[in-house]
Design a protein around this ligand. Structure first.
Ligand code: ADP
Length: 627
């Protein structure tokens, strides 16, 4: 019989499973049981939509059989089964719903991460077995088929007798080694433990014959061992249980096994809502962003159930984009299954639930911020960017939801601060909220403009993400205070006399300043003396709608045409000795003055993080000064 070969990615994954060092091998059983449960779901839905399988819901079950002599563990279901074609396409290749992500993510990942992130489905059977047999008969097929594989060298599919519709997966367990006793999976107790840990909420009974001690009839003193069919799972979905009956560990395990995360969630929200519409929601905030979170491949959504039966795996309507990181599920008896599952005519109900959930998530995050700063900062490190995008999106329509959840570093010890904390620290004389943009907090800290504002005793928000300034601009104001970019706007930090003196100085030096500006060939819109810089000779400031940072961000967009241009002003410190030098050179050595203008402009660019147009020319100029 000719062996068929696995598809390349499948083979890679299979090799990994066969040689697995993953310590938590128990999960293979969870995967097989989940597949069985999914298969029953499929058959049950078909039956609901008119395809008559002739079975009552109570007849569906999953059966586990342990055979110590044959060294096998068998998981059977009476679900939808698979045709020979389906055996081939489902088990011969990675058929996972997220298979594209999977392939993309496989490369630079460790085994633990892969299993943690994706779960590995059916192939995880090869972590514990050296041979796997799948006998399956699809509903509507007269005969069954047997798929057999001993691992990466391929598989065979042949017809076989199978009385019932459904699937039987038989694992021949690997031989025990000094390090690993695979025979533990032949132990009833171990199987009970795994099922109740991972598969307790499975909605169909998971049955196993177990040995039970019973009193001998007629002789109550003695007991004998009888074998009895036993149901291993409670079947009550976790979210249907009372909150006070659920431990943190149960919540965490449920999350990790259901949403394939190797790390426990940062925060769990379990709410039961009664009223206009009643539903249970079990929501989780992950402790870290999934690897594809900030890509367009990422799909948001919550699982949607009605009465414990899954309707949709990812219901996107239930989550706004700014909370797309939330995982979890909603179960509502007010929704109905029997309409089409895809074209749910229940939009308005979903909208109500979604609105409530948004409120709930917001208030839970606010609570976390208030009660557990460390956890909130961890959350913010993972998903803060998404909240800021949310502020920006839709021209700020979500600002009331998000404005108290965002944080920025600030000149206040470079720590994270919320806007309300910032405002609470504002001295009376301060009227605006100051911010500055740059690559890192350290770099912003060194800006001459930052020093000027700090000297006044005012705090500066440090915007280090591209989206920050756009988000603040959408917000426009917080608590009646406007946002002011200290590198863009007129800061109005001087007294009236200082302003007057400065205006006069600029007026007197008008010709010199025009000369300097012209020397820069249109790079800046104006050159001015300033009094705000103290020790720094120069700084670069922008005027008008577009700041330097926005220019940079806009021009870095995928189809930018380079048209975004900030209007720049080169500001020179009137008190710095260099100002005197410039004044002395004007009219006596214009050639030199021209070069100095270029040098000063280049310096202001370097300080503000704007790339030099011509670094070579700059270098040549500096050397000219040295020799
Ligand atoms: P996943 O379950 O994530 O899709 P698996 O590798 O576990 O990935 O399974 C691959 C596919 O094989 C499933 O999507 C399903 O179509 C099919 N399958 C697995 N087990 C069964 C089963 N017991 N009954 C019917 N189909 C199954």
């Amino acid at each position: 019989m000719a062996k068929k070969q696995f598809k390349a990615e499948s083979k890679k994954l299979l090799d990994m499973m066969v040689n697995s060092i993953y310590t938590n091998k128990d999960i293979f059983l969870r995967e097989l049981i989940s597949n069985a449960s999914d298969a029953i779901d499929k058959r049950y839905y078909h039956a609901l939509s008119g395809d008559n399988s002739g079975m009552a819901r109570e007849d569906y079950k999953i059966q586990i059989v342990l055979d110590k002599d044959a060294r096998t563990l068998t998981v059977s279901d009476n679900g939808c089964g698979m045709t020979d074609k389906e055996l081939e396409s489902n088990l011969g290749t990675i058929a996972r719903s997220g298979s594209m992500d999977f392939k993309a993510g496989l490369e630079n990942k460790s085994e633990v991460e892969i299993i943690g992130q994706f779960g590995v489905g059916f192939y995880s059977a090869f972590m514990v077995s050296d041979k796997v047999t799948v006998e399956s008969r699809a509903a509507g097929d007269a005969e069954g088929h047997r798929w057999v594989s001993s691992g990466a060298d391929g598989y065979t599919i042949t017809p076989c007798d199978k009385a019932e519709v459904g699937t039987t997966v038989t694992l021949h367990l690997k031989e025990d080694t000094d390090d690993e006793k695979f025979s533990r999976y032949l132990d009833e107790y171990k199987i009970r433990e795994i099922v109740s840990k991972y598969s307790d909420y499975i909605r169909y009974p998971i049955m196993m014959d177990t040995e039970t001690e019973v009193p001998v009839e007629g002789d109550e003193e003695k007991t004998e061992t009888v074998v009895k069919p036993t149901q291993l799972n409670s079947m009550v979905p976790l979210w249907r249980k009372n909150k006070n009956e659920i431990t943190k560990e149960e919540y965490d395990t449920f999350y990790q096994s259901k949403f394939y995360d190797w790390e426990a969630p940062l925060h769990t929200i379990h709410s039961k809502t009664e009223g206009q519409i009643s539903y249970d929601a079990l929501l989780y905030i992950p402790a870290h962003a999934p690897f594809d979170y900030y890509t367009k491949e990422f799909e948001k959504g919550l699982q949607l159930y009605t009465n414990g039966v899954l309707i949709t795996e990812k219901c996107a309507e239930l989550l706004p984009d700014h909370f797309s990181f939330v995982k979890g599920l909603v179960d509502s008896a007010d929704l109905t299954l029997n309409i089409s599952r895809e074209t749910l005519q229940q939009d308005h109900l979903l909208k109500i639930i979604a609105k409530n959930l948004e409120k709930k998530i917001k208030s839970e995050l606010e609570k976390l911020l208030k009660n557990d700063r460390e956890a909130y900062e961890k959350f913010f490190a993972a998903f803060g960017l998404q909240l800021k995008f949310g502020l920006y999106q839709g021209y700020g329509v979500h600002k009331d939801v998000l404005k108290d959840l965002v944080m920025f570093r600030s000149s206040n010890e470079k720590k994270l601060t919320t806007l309300s904390e910032y405002v609470s620290r504002m001295p009376e004389a301060q009227t605006a909220i100051y911010y500055a943009c740059g690559e890192t907090a350290d770099k912003i800290d060194l800006l001459p403009q930052t020093a000027a504002v700090k000297r006044k005793g005012f705090e500066v928000l440090y915007c280090t993400d591209d989206v920050d300034e756009f988000a603040l601009q959408m917000l426009h104001e917080y608590d009646g205070k406007h946002f002011t970019n200290i590198c863009a706007d007129n800061l109005d930090l001087e007294t009236a006399e200082e302003k007057e003196a400065l205006a006069k100085e600029n007026e007197d030096a008008k010709d010199l300043l025009t000369f300097l500006k012209d020397s820069l060939d249109g790079a800046v819109d104006a050159v001015r003396f300033t009094g705000k810089l103290q020790d720094h000779p120069v700084c670069l400031t922008s005027e008008g709608m577009l700041s330097l940072e926005m220019e940079k961000v806009l021009n870095a967009m995928p189809n930018a045409n380079g048209n975004a241009k900030a209007q720049l002003v080169l500001e020179i410190n009137r008190e710095h000795p260099v100002a005197a030098t410039l004044k002395a050179l004007y009219g006596t050595d214009d050639e030199k003055l021209k070069k100095y203008a270029k040098l000063l402009y280049a310096q202001s660019c370097l300080i503000s993080g704007k790339p030099l147009d011509d670094p070579t020319a700059f270098s040549a100029l500096v050397c000219e000064l040295m020799v």
